[in-house]
Design a protein around this ligand. Sequence first.
Ligand SMILES: C[S@@+](CC[C@H](N)C(=O)[O-])C[C@H]1O[C@@H](n2cnc3c(N)ncnc32)[C@H](O)[C@@H]1O
Length: 509
Amino acid sequence: MGAYEDVLYDDYSFAEAHPARIGAVGALFGVRPPTGPIRVLDIGCGLGGHILPMAELDPDGEYVGVDLSAPQIALGRQTIDALGLGNARLVCADMRALPEDLGQFDYIVSHGVYSWVPEDARRAFWHILDRHLAPGGIGYVSYNVYPGWRHRGTVRDVLTRLVPGPGAATDRERITAARDVLSVWKGALSDRASHRLAALLGELDLLAQTSDAYLLYEHLAPLNEPQWLGDVLDQATAAGLSYLGDAELSSMFPDLAEETRTWVAERAPTLEAAEQVHDLLTHRLFRRSLFVRGTVALDRHLHWRRLQGLWLFSRVTPVDETPDTWRSENGTDLTIEDPALARAVRLLVQRVPAALPFERVLDEVLGPDAPTRDRAALGRGLLQLATRGMIELRTDFPAIATSLPDRPRARAMARLQAARNEEGAVNLRHERMKLGATDKAVLAHLDGAHTRADLLTLLRERAQDGPVEVRIDGELRTDDDALEHALELVLDRMLRAAFLFADDEASTP
Ligand SMILES: C[S@@+](CC[C@H](N)C(=O)[O-])C[C@H]1O[C@@H](n2cnc3c(N)ncnc32)[C@H](O)[C@@H]1O
């Protein structure tokens, strides 16, 4: 079996690599998002788990995925057929020899490929950007980085020495052997209480929760070469490209003490240099870097007006009993004293799982005739929250339900993934969500044609055939009360996890 053929790589979508997210980072730094239909190229697209859901929601766009692995491309094409996508195609090709006539793309993305291919393929990637990026287009590349991988690499070093190599065993056998090593290793370390080993134990705990595919392609792959950011930037510059920034905006503004910030600024006068120092100080493991053609004029001066035309999505939750204090996803609490900004955050939190356009937030909080001074102050506050990862920015946002429609409708790709019994499915924000058996049984039928009563009938049938088990307090239940309760829980989860389209009325923001 060749690479990626015995154990398929996880069929993931990556929200940070979605054009709406990439385009928003570009917009902040002065790159205008394309106005017409977009063209997107995914290099090393695997099964198409990233590019095909984008194509599904953007019938006017054009989506092309390229991968070396014929079995993965064949499976991806089955998905294209199942979804009837006329705007997507998957090409089986080596990135070192792409067909010349692929054309120009507004977005070229390559996730989880750069560190895992040999140097000539890495060089080819820059050549692809040079040849196929539209004049105002943006390239995205993700890769493992040093210095964080210095310690994560210990796991790989140990597994390389204790697990048979790719030629000596099948992928499945190698995964089983690796799981065995990890478990013995954890036992051996657990007896040695030492803070020196804490980080390593953390890595082992993390790996116990990850998929076999991740273990295989991250730690057992023949090639995994983490990069120094400086080397990546040198390669990009040599190909005539400029660094735009990081797809994870908040990582460009790390939460450092004021004196540390000053210390960095003294040593690193440019954004590129500061980013390299941040990697050193924050022990960074992974990067998602964005590039534009060297001819694109970037404006690094962040201005609140750049939020115009963007959508804002709240990534904070309220902290119980503390008014106007919000918790970010990394656990940082922020109390907002400015009343207008606090109102804006409340508005966005109420809107979750959907978002609001920036202008709409200003109008709702300040009124449509508010003076520019007030709009600027609120705009600056919202921009600061965006740089802290508390508000996510997008150039576009799908019509996501904020209350349960009578006949709930999920996207076709998610329904297909549920029907295929995949571990997770892509939601309308292009995030991959894990699903349980009952979630899948329901999600597969959320096609907008079924009422709750129909869904209950379907669930009853599934509970009788066996694949769905409803337990309340540990007890197996098949009665209607229990099934109805389970259905309500699943539908509520689907709603909150952004799987449901708004019906026409609710879609107006
Ligand atoms: C780790 S997987 C990542 C797949 C997908 N982008 C993701 O992140 O889920 C790396 C992919 O790169 C593909 N690949 C490796 N070398 C390649 C090459 N020279 N040309 C095109 N694709 C390549 C592999 O077949 C594989 O699907």
